[in-house]
Design a protein around this ligand. Structure first.
Ligand code: MRU
Length: 386
């Protein structure tokens, strides 16, 4: 593979990399309907806030391109119903809701005056498809901007750098090419630091229970040959406490599923614990989020609905078979029980990090800092949504 791509799209055709099989197998599933898109998202074959929104938008674009609306009465009502259905696939990431709101607005803005029913339907369908394609296209552009803004801010504000002026960072979950249309958000900053020769080392957490860190981020870092090390989530405190002065961790960089009006941020479970640890150790805590991950309607973190997932994600694990010679046999996958199968399980997929533990939110429109009142100044970068 030349580059990691979670989503392959040309008009009328969508293919989604099955992330459940990574890093051992690279298999793309065709997605031809909203139902298939929903299933892909719900089962986490694709995940990550921006990628979820892109797949949902494009899944419907593909079915529209292939004639799904032709027998529906009211085209806008039909599009609304398909989008409302896709909205239910995963609740916490706001990108999906923001994309759906934007798409609904665009189809309502199509001027169909003077057109017969067929022409009006085509105009609305085309507007939808073009808008969905634009969400996909714009995402990589957005991530490249987040990457450079974040790298620049960190190099100016790092509490510690190596003798060569480089920084070491830790990232959590997977926020890279696999979670987006390309480059990534938090991992995009890591990539940008590396590309400009300013990264001494990247640590990634395993990210239990779903292991997005070990299965996906470790894979992306190795793929890009970025100097990196995998740790379990529980090792972060020891890492922060024991790294030598010259190569200490300068920042924890994470993505976001939803940043609300006061800056409280829902992200992968374990993010909050890392933020507490970072503060204790004087390490910068950076949230990298496109403005599509910002929810200005919800006032604070208590208003965020946190998705709870099935117990098996804690009590079982899947992987590929390792032979006696230590080699991975990608053709043989196994599912293994790792706990008593009757134990009660609590499995929230995300937690909320309070704004007070976050130093900055890096968006494509710039780095958002806090004002004298301790509140993030989102109004400055998003006056139209404030
Ligand atoms: O459950 P997931 O894998 O969808 O969770 C992903 C995260 O928490 C990411 O940090 C977030 O979606 C940002 S991805 C750019």
């Amino acid at each position: 593979m030349a580059s990691l791509q979670a989503i392959r799209y040309t008009r009328g055709s969508l293919q989604v990399l099955d992330q459940l099989r990574l890093p051992h197998e690279h298999h793309y599933d065709p997605v031809t309907t909203a139902e298939e898109g929903f299933d892909c998202i719900r089962s986490m074959r694709v995940r990550g806030a921006p990628a979820i929104a892109i797949v949902a938008a494009l899944a419907h674009a593909v079915e529209l391109q292939n004639g799904a609306a032709s027998s529906a009465g009211d085209t806008i009502a039909y599009i609304d119903s398909r989008l409302d259905y896709l909205y239910e696939s995963r609740p916490t990431a706001v990108d999906l809701g923001n994309a759906i709101t934007a798409l609904k607005k665009i189809v309502r803005g199509v001027d169909v005056s003077g057109l017969d029913q067929d022409a009006a339907r085509s105009a609305i369908v085309n507007a939808y498809i073009e808008a969905a394609e634009e969400i996909f296209r714009k995402d990589t552009e957005t991530n490249l901007k987040i990457g450079s803004h974040g790298a620049e801010w960190l190099l100016e504000n790092a509490p510690i750098k190596s003798a060569e002026d480089k920084v070491a960072v830790l990232t959590h979950c997977n926020t890279g090419s696999l979670a987006t249309s390309g480059h990534g958000t938090a991992l995009g900053i890591v990539r940008s630091l590396h590309a400009q020769g300013s990264l001494s080392h990247a640590f990634c957490t395993e990210t239990r229970p779903y292991n997005q860190g070990s299965r996906l981020t470790a894979f992306e870092l190795s793929f890009e040959k970025i100097p990196s090390t995998l740790i379990t989530d529980s090792m972060a405190g020891a890492l922060f406490a024991t790294r030598k002065q010259s190569d200490s961790i300068a920042a924890v960089i994470v993505g976001a599923d939803r940043v609300v009006r006061n800056g409280d941020t829902a992200n992968k479970i374990g993010t909050y614990a890392l933020a507490v640890l970072a503060q204790h150790h004087g390490i910068k805590f950076i949230v990298a989020a496109p403005t599509t991950s910002i929810d200005l309607v919800t006032d604070s973190g208590t208003g965020i609905k946190i998705e709870e997932r099935k117990p098996e994600e804690l009590t079982q694990i899947s992987g590929a078979v390792v032979g006696a010679d230590g080699k991975v046999d990608a053709s043989k996958s196994v599912r293994v029980a790792t706990a008593d199968q009757t134990i009660g399980v609590w499995n929230p997929a995300f937690d909320v990090t309070p704004a007070e533990l976050i130093d900055v939110v890096v968006t494509e429109r710039g780095v958002v800092t806090k004002g004298a009142d301790g509140r993030f100044n989102f109004k400055e970068i998003m006056p139209e949504r404030w």
